[in-house]
Design a protein around this ligand. Structure first.
Ligand code: UD1
Ligand code: MG
Length: 456
C-alpha cells in the first residue's frame, strides 16, 4: 500500500447553521463533525492528516490541533474555492510521497470502504478518482460527466452547467483522491474563470484528462454523502447515524425492544446478548457486557456495565460508573464515579457519587452519598455485604466496613467498623395516650373559640 495523506477542508463559514458555534464543531453521535472526518482519515491509515481552517477559526483550530497536531492545521486566508482550500495545505502535503484524499469536514457518514475504493482506483491508474453518487435531487451538486467508456471526463458545477449537463444525476460527493504530487501540480493550474469566480477543485479532473491521465468516479450511496449545512441537515444526519447504529447493533445480536427510541453515541459498545428496552440514551463511552439489561428510560454515559447487570428503569449512570456482574441499579438511582461490586443492589431513589461499593452490598432506598462540601469532593467506601438502611446520608469521606449495618434514617459522619451497627438518628420515644389527650384538648379549645397564640 502507498503511503496516504488526507486534507480535510474545514474552512467553511457555516453561516446557514445560524449558530455561534462553528459548523464543524456541531456533533453527530456525540462526536464533532471535525472529529468524524479525522477519524475517517485515521481509519484509512493516513499518516499525514492536515486540516484546513478559515481565518479566525478559534475553537476549530484548537480542536483540530488537538486531533492532528498544531503543525497540521493550516489556514486558508480567503475562501476562494475548494482548490484554493486544498492549496492552503501545499506546504504540508505537496511533497508527500504517496497518495492523498480530500475530505470535507461537514460530511461525517462516508464509510471508509468508499474511500478505500477510490484509493484502490488511484493505486491502479495513478490518476485521480472522485466518489460519485446518484442524487435523488441533483440540485446544486457538481455533475460527473462520463466518457463513452464510463471514465470521468470532467466535473461541471451546477452554476456553470448547460441544461443537458444539469439533467445528469450522477453527482460529485466532493471527495477526491490522487497521487499527492500530481494533485498539487494540477491544483496549481486551476483557474477561476467560472460563474462564481472560484478556484474549483473539480477542475483537476479535466486538467488530468488533458494530460492523458486517468480519471474515474467510484460510486457510493447518497445517504453516505449527506452533508451538514443547516440545523435541519444536522438533525437528518444524526437520524441517519442513529438508524445505522440500531441496525448494526441488532445485526450484532443486541435485542432492542423499540429500536427507534434508543439513541447511541459513536463509540457505544453493546455486546451480543444485551437487551435494551424502550427510550434509552447512550452518551459517549458506554460499554455493556453480554446478558446485561438496560431497562426503559435510562440515561447512561461514561459507564461500564458487566454481565448480567440490570440497570433501570429510570436509572442515570454518569462517567465513572462501573457496574459489576449481576448488580441491580433501579429506578431514580444516579451513579457517578462509583465502582459497584458484583451482586450489589441499589434499587430505588439514590445518589451514589464518588466511592466504592463492595460485592453483595445492599443500598436502601433514599441513600445519599454526601460527596461535596461546596469546594472538594470526597469518597464513600462501603465494604462487601454491608447493608445501608433506607434514607441514609453518608457524609464523605466515610468508610463502612464489610458486613456493617446502618440503621434507616441515619446521617453517618464517622466510619463504621466491619459487622458493626451504625445508627445516627434521634431515639424513638413513645408516650401512652398522648395523642388522645392532645386531640381532646384541642377540640375543646376550638369549640370555645379559644385560639392558641400564633394560630391564624
Ligand atoms: C462542492 C463541489 C461539488 C460537489 C459538492 C458536494 C467544488 C467546486 N464543488 O460544491 O462538485 O458536488 O461540493 O457537496 O469543489 N471550503 C473551504 N474553502 C473554500 C471553499 C470551500 O474550506 O474556499 C470547504 C467548505 O467548508 C466545505 C467544502 O469545502 O466543507 C465544500 O465547499 P462548498 O462551498 O460547500 O462546495 P459546494 O459548492 O457545495
Ligand atoms: Mg457544499
Amino acid at each position: 500500500m502507498k503511503a496516504r495523506a488526507a486534507v480535510i477542508l474545514a474552512a467553511g463559514k457555516g453561516t446557514r447553521m445560524r449558530s455561534p458555534r462553528p459548523k464543524v464543531l456541531h456533533e453527530v453521535g456525540g462526536r464533532t463533525l471535525l472529529a468524524w472526518s479525522v477519524a475517517l482519515a485515521t481509519d484509512l491509515r493516513c499518516e499525514r492528516i492536515v486540516v484546513v481552517v478559515g481565518p479566525d477559526a478559534g475553537d476549530v483550530s484548537t480542536q483540530a490541533a488537538r486531533l492532528v497536531g498544531a503543525e497540521n492545521v493550516v489556514v486558508q486566508r480567503e475562501q476562494q474555492g475548494t482548490a484554493n482550500a486544498v492549496d492552503a495545505a501545499r506546504g504540508r502535503v505537496a511533497d508527500f510521497p504517496g497518495d492523498m484524499v480530500v475530505l470535507y469536514a461537514d460530511t461525517p457518514l462516508i464509510p471508509a470502504t468508499a474511500v478505500e475504493a477510490a484509493f484502490a482506483e488511484v493505486a491502479a491508474t495513478r490518476g485521480v478518482c472522485v466518489i460519485g453518487f446518484e442524487a435523488c435531487v441533483p440540485g446544486g451538486y457538481g455533475r460527473l460527466i462520463l466518457g463513452p467508456e464510463g471514465d470521468l471526463e470532467r466535473i461541471v458545477e451546477a452554476k456553470d452547467a448547460t441544461p443537458v449537463e444539469l439533467a445528469v444525476s450522477f453527482c460529485n460527493s466532493g471527495i477526491m483522491a490522487g497521487p499527492a504530487a500530481l494533485m498539487y501540480d494540477l491544483v496549481s493550474k486551476v483557474g477561476n474563470e467560472n460563474k462564481q469566480g472560484e478556484y474549483y477543485l473539480t477542475d483537476v479532473v479535466a486538467l488530468a484528462r488533458g494530460r492523458d491521465l486517468a480519471a474515474s468516479a467510484t460510486p457510493c450511496a447518497e445517504a453516505d454523502v449527506q452533508g451538514v449545512n443547516s440545523q435541519a441537515e444536522l438533525a437528518a444526519v444524526e437520524a441517519a447515524f442513529q438508524s445505522r447504529m440500531r441496525e448494526r447493533s441488532m445485526t450484532d445480536g443486541v435485542t432492542l425492544s423499540a429500536p427507534e427510541t434508543v439513541y447511541f453515541s459513536w463509540d457505544t459498545r453493546l455486546a451480543p446478548g444485551v437487551t435494551v428496552e424502550q427510550h434509552v440514551v447512550f452518551g459517549v463511552k458506554v460499554d455493556v457486557a453480554a446478558g446485561a439489561r438496560i431497562r426503559a428510560f435510562s440515561h447512561l454515559e461514561g459507564a461500564q456495565i458487566a454481565e448480567g447487570a440490570i440497570v433501570g428503569p429510570y436509572a442515570r449512570l454518569r462517567p465513572g460508573a462501573v457496574i459489576g456482574r449481576d448488580v441491580h441499579i433501579g429506578n431514580f438511582v444516579e451513579v457517578k464515579n462509583v465502582r459497584v461490586g458484583e451482586g450489589a443492589k441499589a434499587n430505588h431513589l439514590s445518589y451514589l457519587g464518588d466511592g466504592d461499593i463492595g460485592a453483595g452490598a445492599n443500598i436502601g432506598a433514599g441513600t445519599i452519598f454526601c460527596n461535596y462540601d461546596g469546594y472538594f469532593k470526597y469518597r464513600t467506601v462501603i465494604g462487601e455485604g454491608a447493608f445501608i438502611g433506607s434514607n441514609t446520608s453518608l457524609v464523605a469521606p466515610v468508610t463502612l466496613g464489610p458486613g456493617a449495618y446502618i440503621g434507616s434514617g441515619s446521617v453517618v459522619t464517622k466510619d463504621v467498623a466491619a459487622d458493626a451497627l451504625g445508627v445516627a438518628r434521634g431515639r424513638q420515644i413513645d408516650r401512652q395516650g398522648w395523642a388522645k389527650t392532645f386531640r381532646d384538648r384541642q377540640s375543646a379549645r376550638k369549640k370555645a373559640g379559644d385560639k392558641p397564640e400564633g394560630a391564624v
